[in-house]
Write a protein of this length. Sequence first.
Length: 326
Amino acid sequence: KVDDTTLYSGKVDLSTTKQANGSYALEDKSRGGGVVTYDAKNKSTASGTTPFTDANDVWGEAGDNARTKAAVDAHYGAEMTYDFIKDVLGRDSLDGKGEKLVSYVHVNEQDGSAMVNAYWDGEKMNYGDGDGKNAGPLTTLDIAGHEIAHGLTERTAGLIYDGESGGLNESFSDIIGSGVEWYAAQKNKSVQFDWKVGEDAWTPANGSGDALRYMDEPTKDGYSVDHYSNYPKQTEVHGSSGIANNAFYLVTEGGKNRTSGLGVDGGIGMDKSQKIFGRALTTYMTPNTTFAQAREATVKAATDLYGAKSVEVQKVKDAWTAVGVK
Ligand code: ASN
Ligand code: ZN
C-alpha cells in the first residue's frame, strides 16, 4: 500500500517485515538477498542490527518517532536502486547474485557532529543527517543511487578512485543516481526527475533550487569541468566527473557542450543511455580505465546492444567528441 511518507519522495510503498512482537521492521525480504535499513545511532562507525520499527506498518506518520524519517527515505532509495539495477541494467544487485543492500542512517562525523555527506564503505551505505543549513538528511533518491552505485562499480569495473578512473568512478555514480531518480519518477508522481544531483537535500532553506552537481551544465557548481581540455586543472574526482556526466547528458537528451559548442542532435533517451553506460561499466571497464577507454567501452556496449551502424553508436561517439574525449 502506498501509505508511507518520505521526506523527499512523497508517499511510497515500502516493503517491510513483521517481527515476532507484532511490530514491523525496515527489512525487505522481497528483493534479492534483502534490503535492510538500520540506525547508526549517531556514531561515526555504523554497526548493529537494531531495526527501525513501526507498530502499524504505516511509516512516517505524524506522531511516529522522528528518527525513522531519514530511514524511510534511505530504505526507499535502496529499494528503487535495486529495482533500477534489475529492471533497467538487467542485473541482480551489486554482485549479480542478489547481494543484500544494507543502509545505515544517522551516521555522524568522528567529532560527533552531524555529517553533511553520505558514502559507500565497501560493504554498506552510510548516510549523514546533514547540518540542517547546508543540507538535510542525505537520503534523496539520486544520492542513494549514487552511493549504492559505488558498490556496483567496486564489484565490477573496480575503477580506482583517483585520476581519470576516479573521475569516471564518480561520474558513473552520478549517472546511476540520475537513473534511479528517473526510474522512480515513472512510478511515483511525487518524484521529479532532473539533471541535478542531490537537489532535494541541498541547502533546504534557501529555496534556490541549487544542487551538489549539474550534469547538464557541470561548471554551474563553480568547481566541476565539462571538457577534457580542462581536465588538467581539475583532477579531483568530483570535479572531473563533469566530463563524463556531460557526455551522458548529451547522449541522453541531445544538446551542446558549453565549452566546445559541439553536441548531439537529439538524444536517445534514458532507458537506452543507461543500458549502454551500465553495460560498459559492468563488462568492459577495468580499474585503470581512462576517459578515452571509457569512450571505447561505451561504443562497444552500444554496438552489442544496438549494432555497429546504429544511431545509438553514432550519438555515443558524438557525445564523447563534444566533451573532448576522442
Ligand atoms: N559523498 C561522497 C561520494 O560518494 C563521499 C565519498 O565517498 N567520496 O562521492
Ligand atoms: Zn561518489
